[in-house]
Design a protein around this ligand. Sequence first.
Ligand SMILES: C[S@@+](CC[C@H](N)C(=O)[O-])C[C@H]1O[C@@H](n2cnc3c(N)ncnc32)[C@H](O)[C@@H]1O
Length: 591
Amino acid sequence: MPPSFEEMEARKEKKDNKRKRSASVSEKPAKKAYEPKGKKGKKQAPVVSDEEEMPADLPEVDLEELASAKKALFDDSEEEEEGDEFYDSDEEGREKPIWSDDEDIETLNVANMEALSRKLDEEEELEAEEAEEELVEGAVQPKAIVLPTAEEEEAMEGHPQDVTMTRTRMMEITKVLEDFKTLAEDGKSRTEYVNRLIKDICSYFGYTPFLAEKLFNLFSPSEAMEFFEANEISRPTTIRTNTLHSRRRDLAQTLVNRGVNLQPIGTWTKVGLQIFDSQVPVGATPEYLAGHYILQAASSFLPVMALQPQENERILDMAAAPGGKTTYISAMMKNTGCVFANDANKARTKSLIANIHRLGCRNTIVCNYDAREFPKVIGGFDRVLLDAPCSGTGVIGKDESVKVSRTEKDFIQIPHLQKQLLLSAIDSVDANSATGGIIVYSTCSVAVEENESVVEYALRKRPNVRLVDTGLAIGKEGFTSYRGKHFSPKLSLTRRYYPHTYNVDGFYVAKFKKIASSPHDVSKAGAKEKEHAARSEQDDTIINDDFAEFDADQDKELIQQTVNRNMKKRGVNPNARKADKVIKEEEAPKE
Ligand SMILES: C[S@@+](CC[C@H](N)C(=O)[O-])C[C@H]1O[C@@H](n2cnc3c(N)ncnc32)[C@H](O)[C@@H]1O
C-alpha cells in the first residue's frame, strides 16, 4: 500500500524539519531574510497573503468565524503557519554558528570537539532514518493517489456522496493542483483533477456544475475553496449610522444600553457598526424606527464612498430601491442639493420611499423609469450611481438559491442590460460639472462578464470617459486579463471584494470621470429644471403620490411573497403548509 497523502506530507515535513535542525549546526550561516513558503515556488498560504494585502484600516472581520471556516476545509493551514515560524526561529539559530568552514581544525577547543561529535552523531542518525524510510517507500517516491479509479467513479455515480470523503478529496485535489508537477499522479492531466474537484464542489456545496466552474475559474484552486467555504457563512450584521439624525458614538451608546453587542466595522468607515448579538431585534428598536440607522451590508457603503457626493450637487441613483445607497448619498450631502432616486420596479419604490421617509432624507425625488431611458428623461447630473441589477454571485451567503438558479443565459442577458444601463449613466452626466462629472458602477456579483467586461465595453463605446481611482482603502484590483481575454490596463483601478478576503459580500466598484460631452448626451430636461418642476408641484412633500400609493391588498400579496421566500430559505415548502392548513381547517369540527 503506498502511503496516504497525509502520511506523505507528514513524513516530508518531519524530514524537512530534521534537515533544518541538522543544517543549523552543520551549515555555514548564510544570512538570509525570512522567506515565506510562497516565495519558494509553492503557492503562498492564503492566510499570509490576506494579511499582506490588507492595509491597516481593513474592516474588522470576524476572524474567529473566518478562521474556523478556513480551518474546516484547510485544517492544516495553521500548522503550515507554525511551520514557517519554526523555520524563522531556525534562521535565527543559524546566525550563531558553532563554527564555520574557514576555521582551522587545530584551533578547536574541547567544546567544539564535543559539538563536532554531536553533529556527526546527528548526521549519522538522520542518514540511517532516511535510508530506512527509503527502503520502506521504495526507490521512487510514489505520487499521491487522490483521484477515484474508473470503477470507483462508476460506483459513486447516482449515489449519495460520503461528505467526509468528498471533503478530504477536495482538500487533497486542491493541494495537488497547487503543486501539480510534484504531486500529480503520473499520466493524470490537470483537467482530470479539476473535473473531479468541480464535481465534488457541486455535491458538497450544492452548486450547478456551470456555476461551480465559473466561480472556480476566478481564483487559484486554494483561494476558490476559501471562497466556496466563505459562501456557507452569512456575513456579520452591520448597520449604517444615519448622520442626518445621529452620531455613531451616540448611537452605539444607546444601542449598547439596550443590550446590543457591537463595535465599529473598521477604520475605513466612520458610520458603520457591526452587531455581534443583541437582546432586542435591531430592525425594530426606537432608534431604528426614528431613522437613526439602517441595516446595511458593509460592502454597500463602498460605491457611495467612491461616488463622493458633494453638498448642493444633483445626483442620480439609477437603480435605487430599496434605498440603502440613496439615503447614504442624501446624508453625505447633508440634505442639500437633490438626489433623483430611480427604480424600474414600481413595487420596490415603496420600500425606497419608506426608507427615504424613515431616514429623514428631504433632498430626494423618487422616480420610476427604466433607467435605459436616461438621459432622455433627465440629464446633466453632477454624479450618477449605477448599482446595477446583477446575478448576485457575490451574495450567495445571503441567498443560496443563486447556486442553482443562474444559467449561462443569465450571464449573457444581465451583462447586456448592464452595458445599456452604464452607457445611459455616462450620458446622463454633465461633463462640465464644476464639482463632479463622476459615474460609479457597482454590482454584487463577482462574475467578470458583469464587471470588467461591462466596464471595458463602456470604455470602448464612450471614449469621453476615463477610469479613475475609486479612492477606497480596501479591495483587490480588477482583472486586466481573464482566461485569455485582455482588458485595458486601467481596469486595475477598479475594485473587487470577496467574502473570504474582507468578510463582506462579493462586490465590484468602478469609478469613471467624464472628460467631454458627446452627441449621446441628449436630454429633454436637465436635472436642475426637473428638480425645480418637481419642487413646485409639491409644496411640502417631495414625493408625488401618483405612483407611490400604498395599497393594502398589494401589500398583503408582497408580504405573503416574502413569507414564502423565507420559508423556502428555511427548507419549508410554503405550499405544503397551505395544503396542511386547508386539511386541518376541513378536519376541524364545523360549528
Ligand atoms: C442591486 S438593486 C439596487 C439596490 C439599491 N441600490 C440599494 O442600495 O438599496 C438593483 C435594482 O435595479 C432595479 N432595476 C432593474 N432593472 C432596471 C432598469 N432597467 N432600470 C432601473 N432600475 C432597474 C431593480 O428593481 C433593483 O431594485
